[in-house]
Design a protein around this ligand. Sequence first.
Ligand code: VG1
Ligand code: CO
Length: 544
Amino acid sequence: MQIETITTHPYNDQNPGTSGLRKKVKVFQQPGYLENFVQAIFDSLDGLAGKTLVLGGDGRYFNRPAIQVIIKMAAANGFGELIIGQGGLLSTPAASHIIRKYNAFGGLILSASHNPGGPDEDFGIKYNVSNGGPAPEKDTNAFYQRSLVIDSYKIASIEDIDLDCIGTQRIDNFSITIIDPVADYAELMQSIFDFNLLKQSISSGYITLLFDAMHAITGPYAKRIFIDILGATPDSVINAEPLEDFGGHHPDPNLAHAQELAERMFGSAPPVFGAASDGDGDRNMITGSNIFVTPSDSLAIMAANAHLIPAYAKGLRGVARSMPTSQAVDRVAAHYNIPCYETPTGWKFFGNLLDAGKITLCGEESFGTGSDHVREKDGLWAVLFWLNLIAIKRQSVADIVNEHWQKFGRDIYCRHDYEAVEIDIANDIVDHLRNQLPTLPGQTFAEYTVKYADEFSYEDSIDGSISSNQGIRIGFENGSRIIFRLSGTGTVGATLRIYLERFEADASKHNQSAQVVLATLINLAEQFCEIKKRTGRTEPNVVT
Ligand code: VG1
Ligand code: CO
């Protein structure tokens, strides 16, 4: 194999965010841009010689050419083996599983997740370590530092590989195995859930379901699992064909973007259960007939009922949630007397807790839930979890949610996103908030008295690493919270996220709209951050 060393010049913007490096496709298409970042990763890893690398992506525009480049670079940098999903496809949770199952050294996942795809849209790349989870901050910092000084990359002069043909090819000491992207994952799901019960519930008509793959990666997974294995009707999976531009939509599973699903679930004669997943298959949205389950509630409900699922029958060791996720799961943990950890936003912070066996289940308000079965959040796993619960409890989604609120109270919750804000304005807003923090505690606004106002900093209890500036928190005496943070996944300007929550114990007040209950907090948030005043906007781009 002939290896070439190509001279390159560093780019100064290859700093990974919440979940990998995400940029416009056009940025990735600049000469050496992808190559620099991949070489920076390889240069930062110790002991990769002869090892196995897993490779796959969500099928978005630029996925295939990027995979061809990475194959040649992995060969040139001394990896011994590549495992690639057929067609260059692997969902994020499937990639995590494959890294673990085949004891790979790590994996490269090509995705910008819920961001749109196409020649003028987004691309992304993320490195996962040998536990199957996203590289921790010490690694991503090392990649960035290396990218700032890189002056060459290595690439093998080999032909493009046929990504569609399953099997192993060898070039000298380097082997490339193309695998079925779904098979291992489908097998894992069958080891976690009661597939016989699910089959019965579906074939008897007790459960009718609708899954929206949003023209993203979960289409082939959902078709295999729901239709081929569980026997659901073919029309149970919609938008099942992965498209390079996701059909022109945002593959973001919320009521705004999963429009077709939302219309059916809130229309006449809706199915019992509806769900959607995102670009790379790690997110989930759960709905039932005329009901949407907030991700924070979903996490709490899953935790409260996990013992009903075969794989979690012995109970949970502990749970974790990201800081802005509502405190609903904390109440479940307190009830079962298990630990509950609060981590910064981003799945990479759960890895150590999962590896150390401190937690079994974890989740984020951003439509992400997962468990110790992989080291990523897992969309279809969450969907199967809910289906298994419905089948075993023989209750509707609405009944499950209402019963949960009756028992634990309801943490009324919402998130407002202001997207593509000018970066200077966004930074000024954060400074403005920061400046107020010392003066807020003790102040009273309507019925809300500020208990604490700070910037979240996290110390990892396993490795002692500290992550600071992880969001601004304003907590009130009655347990309500307003949280502000800037997104680390966007590619245009800055996105300000405002998270609002208020606890309601009284069951007679549970069926109110979150926007109404949270109106005072929403106004207070504006008073603190002045996003509307400073940008002239009248409302958020997305409310979830
Ligand atoms: C967002 C979510 C965060 C999630 C991340 C990656 O990050 O808020 O909870 O872990 O996306 O999800 P940010 O920094 O934009 O708020 V995915 O499905 O994009 O891999
Ligand atoms: Co995702």
